[in-house]
Design a protein around this ligand. Structure first.
Ligand code: AMP
Ligand code: ZN
Length: 465
């Protein structure tokens, strides 16, 4: 497999350090709100990467964190804790918010057929690990205490900016941009490992530490969780491009300072989903979620299909027109697949050839659009028997996860559902008032619209014809 490695800024042949089982770490969600469909684009690309590795014969051990403490509204250690902000917004505790939005995130991943990683760890469950790492960083002089917090000293590293390839001055301006300066830091790029004294007096979750009662910084969480569950030599680390700096830059700094050797071999980043105004983000207020798309009558897998039609390293601009287009192409594709018959034997040679071609495309820096072209070519090929085509689709779909062979369920929009349920209630009341003519008229009105209602012992149900 070939994959673009942000660390070396080029496409490289994938040669994992862990031959028996590839280790893969993906930054998880900060569970203070629903995930927007931009966040989910990143998780779709990571899912494709994991499934491609499986398809190419690798074993994969994947770990993801759930950020439930320490991620501030600015990634450069300033602003409010996002979790606290979420809790205030909804008049709930941080733990209630974390549980609710973790569950909501899980449902979104299910709807998009994103495999839930084998290991999923809450940041608040690994406090001991962070304390262990920070203690050693202080002992070896990579960290210092100042103004009540513990900081990582970036001046101790020669190549702190390695992942970003930016000049130091540019990045320092980047850090300062719109962010108040923290005078406790020795160098502007230094970052917090442990907060003990901060302006967040109301912080709900705090723990005892050798440096006082406090809480971890966001960056140390991913290093700690990754090293605890995937060991000292990580093969792949993923996230969206906004994670490159400062989050992943800081992860490399502290992990390698702690380990004393290089840590992760491949850094793989997905580009953003933008809307007309730029990067989709929650701080802008309104944002699109999977439930909103469902309410509007879209199949979440049509959104997955839309993402797979573009390359993960290219910006994708969302519009309803584009989604509508993707949705109709997706439905047509499914129809073609579902029309395939089961007869005959699988033709081994062509099957292997097409499979090899698909592997080549998906293994070429995850070229999902080209992989879909292989799928279309298979469906179009008059020389192939339906049975072979069907088996190929089944095989490709273990990576694409578009449920191409699943019979269509009739989906209805929530507006239509509300309308039907309203009519059923109207009919129930009419019957209760012995107005059977009206009750029949309602039933007929629904029938004309293709809605068949059935009275059962549990109540009235309906079916769309
Ligand atoms: P967060 O929940 O904010 O920690 O972000 C979760 C993931 O979504 C991270 O990997 C981010 O890099 C990614 N992300 C954030 N905004 C976007 C976007 N507009 N498009 C794609 N990925 C995004
Ligand atoms: Zn992370």
């Amino acid at each position: 497999m070939k994959i673009y490695n942000t660390l070396n800024r080029k496409i490289e042949e994938f040669q994992p350090k862990n031959q028996e089982c590839v280790t893969m770490y993906t930054c998880g969600p900060t569970v203070y709100h629903f995930a927007h469909i931009g966040n989910l684009r990143t998780y779709i690309f990571e899912d494709i990467l994991e499934k491609t590795l499986h398809y190419l014969g690798y074993n994969v051990k994947r770990c993801m964190n759930i950020t439930d403490v320490g991620h501030l509204t600015s990634d450069s250690d300033s602003g409010d804790d996002k979790m606290l902000k979420g809790a205030k917004r909804e008049h709930k505790t941080v733990l209630e918010i974390a549980d609710f939005y973790t569950e909501a995130f899980k449902k979104d991943t299910e709807a998009l057929h994103i495999k839930w990683p084998e290991i999923v760890v809450k940041a608040t469950d690994c406090i001991e690990e962070y304390i262990k790492i920070i203690t050693q960083l202080l002992d070896t002089g990579y960290a210092y205490q100042s103004g009540g917090n513990v900081y990582f000293d970036t001046s101790k590293l020669e190549d702190y900016y390695r992942l970003t390839n930016h000049k130091v001055d540019d990045m320092v301006i980047g850090v300062r941009d719109g962010v108040e300066e923290d005078i406790a830091k020795k160098n502007q790029a230094d970052f917090v490992l442990w907060f003990t004294k901060s302006k967040f007096e109301e912080q709900e979750l705090k723990w005892n530490s050798p440096w006082g009662y406090g809480y971890p910084g966001w960056h140390i969480e991913c290093s700690g969780i990754s090293m605890k569950y995937l060991g000292e030599d990580l093969d792949i680390h993923c996230g969206g491009v906004d994670n490159i700096f400062p989050h992943h830059t800081n992860e490399i700094a502290q992990s390698e300072a702690y380990l004393g050797h290089s840590w992760c071999k491949y850094w793989v980043h997905g580009e953003h989903l933008n809307d007309e105004t730029g990067k989709m983000s929650k701080s802008k207020g309104e944002f699109l979620t999977i439930s909103l798309l469902k309410e509007k009558g879209y199949d979440p897998l049509a959104y997955r299909f839309m993402c797979l039609n573009s390359h993960y390293r290219k910006v994708l601009v969302f519009s309803y027109e584009a989604l509508e287009q993707a949705s109709s192409t997706y439905q047509k594709l499914k129809k073609k697949v579902l029309a395939l018959k089961d007869e005959g034997e699988i033709e081994k040679e062509p099957f292997d050839e097409c499979n090899t071609l698909f592997k080549e495309k998906i293994g070429d820096d995850l070229n999902t659009a080209e992989a879909l072209t292989v799928l279309y070519a298979v469906l179009k090929d008059d020389g192939l028997k339906d049975r072979t085509k069907k088996e190929l689709v089944k095989s490709f779909d273990t990576v694409l996860s578009l449920e191409l062979l699943k019979e269509e369920e009739k989906r209805i929009s929530s507006d239509l559902e509300k309308y039907i349920l309203g009519k059923i209630e109207e009919r129930r009341l009419a019957k209760e008032n012995k107005n059977y003519n009206l009750a029949d008229a309602i039933r007929l009105e629904l029938e004309e619209k293709g809605v068949i209602i059935k009275d059962t012992r549990e109540g009235t149900t309906f079916e769309i014809r």
